[in-house]
Design a protein around this ligand. Structure first.
Ligand code: GTR
Length: 323
């Protein structure tokens, strides 16, 4: 009697285990930022939400702080299906789906609100859908503010101040061209190699938003920060198409639902962090320069918008028309 009961319990346990493994989904995801950054915390929120709504069937494991290397590699892993998801800058997506480069042009967005209206509208949806051709399922966008220059030597007020400076840019030819037009020298380096590149003098500076500049401690190596705000590059979180196709429609729907909430969550976190980072940088003695001739930067970069923009003329016209 006792034995029979035992084996019955064991059989039930086995059935449960099998049922669970058939449905259980662990979303391994990556981000170059540490926990505590708006993007990683938004993903943590996404994981918790999915876990709760799926009654524990979906869980998330976040590989943060560049544990899996740079963003280019992470995207490749997602394309291969070795990683379920990743959060990257749109800066590195252009080489995979060309149209994204329209977002990577300097001064293409008039403001953060303009960028949000574009990515939240038809254009954003179209571009997310276009990722399909690159083996990716575009889940949503995240905010990353505006990028500005920092360097070891001086305040940057006008393009001429960049002459002779080696500035690290994200790995995309469009940014190298942008730097040449501004009169500097753009050196593509992965984010995970940047601190050392600054330290060893491989580059004199880089460009990024205040939270990245601050959390990566780049100010220790390059303490002049000038608010040129030349790029407003949104971020994106993408799922592996290979894995996506193995999910049930219910799982896909739940992930899509979570993605919308995750974008909202990240924006809230972003706004708080951006302000805090700026205050911290000032407190740390960073020389913040807001005396920037933006009109001169906009003019200097017109050839980049013309040269690269020609192929997305229609898209750029539509972006401009968005309020
Ligand atoms: C940050 C962004 C990262 C990464 C980095 C970079 O602002 O959040 O995804 O792209 O910039 O400059 O490589």
């Amino acid at each position: 009697m006792r034995l029979a009961l035992k084996s019955m319990v064991a059989a039930v346990a086995v059935t449960f285990a099998v049922a669970n493994s058939a449905e259980a989904l662990v979303i391994k995801t990556s981000d170059v930022h540490a926990m505590g950054y708006p993007t990683t915390d938004a993903m943590e929120f996404m994981g918790e939400w999915l876990n709760e709504k799926s009654n524990g069937e979906i869980t998330m494991e976040i590989f943060h702080s560049m544990q899996l290397g740079g963003e280019k590699e992470a995207l490749e892993q997602v394309q291969l299906g070795a990683l379920e998801m990743t959060r990257v800058s749109v800066g590195v997506v252009g080489p995979i789906v060309d149209d994204f480069n329209a977002f990577n042009l300097p001064y293409v967005f008039r403001s953060i609100d303009h960028m949000r209206n574009v990515v939240d509208g038809e254009i954003g949806q179209e571009l997310l859908a276009a990722l399909d051709a690159g083996g990716l399922v575009g889940l949503g966008f995240m905010d990353a503010g505006a990028r500005s220059f920092y360097n070891k030597q001086k305040a940057i007020r006008e393009p001429a101040d960049l002459a002779g400076l080696k500035i690290r840019v994200m790995q995309n030819p469009i940014f190298i061209e942008m730097m040449s037009e501004m009169g500097g020298n753009g050196i593509p380096i992965a984010f995970n190699e940047l601190y050392t590149a600054l330290q060893t003098g491989v580059v004199d500076g880089a460009e990024n938003n205040p939270p990245s500049y601050s959390t990566q401690k780049h100010y220790e190596q390059a303490g002049f920060y000038s608010l040129t705000e030349h790029l407003i590059v949104p971020e994106i979180f993408v799922f592996s198409k290979k894995v996506w196709e193995t999910l049930t429609p219910e799982q896909q729907e739940l992930i899509r639902e979570a993605a919308v909430l995750t974008t909202e969550k990240e924006r809230e976190l972003w706004e708080a962090m951006e302000q805090k980072a700026m205050e911290e940088l000032v407190g740390l003695g960073v020389q913040v320069n807001d005396d920037v001739d933006k009109a001169a930067f906009i003019e200097a970069t017109a050839p980049v918008r013309e040269q690269f923009g020609a192929q997305y003329a229609d898209l750029l016209g539509r972006i401009e028309a968005v309020e």
